[in-house]
Design a protein around this ligand. Sequence first.
Ligand code: RB5
Length: 150
Amino acid sequence: MKLAIAADHGAFELKDSIKKHLDEKGIEYQDFGCMSKESVDYPKYAYLAASAVAKGEYDFGIICCTTGLGVSMAANKVKGVRAAVCTNEMLAEMTRRHNNANVICMGQNVVGPELANQLVDIFIATEFEGGRHQRRVDLLTDIENGKELS
Ligand code: RB5
């Protein structure tokens, strides 16, 4: 298991605490920045981690900002990325089971460090259910590819 992690300045501390958690669990990751609390533009960091996941270089991405919203919007613009903002355990589980999400997004002002660690643990441990959900995920890909659904 190899993870891509990134955050803007608004979630620099959250990224740090998630990294410590991953270190403790012995989970490999690459930090795509940012590397300080200096103000940066979240789309760039979301893009760096999300595109590495889309290329298949990492199993999952963890991308954070103040709210989780901006980075999720940026990540979801990358082809092949299904990013979900998660604020509780149910969302972290269901977005894996049903949406086959490959990026979890969280907000430093929304989830505390303990909850964030729990959400990461659930997200990376939960399998996609496939079946009828595969058909729906395939439709997401169709939309991404410009196909008109009727
Ligand atoms: C940065 O101030 C803030 O806009 C960013 O962290 C994020 O929450 C955007 O959605």
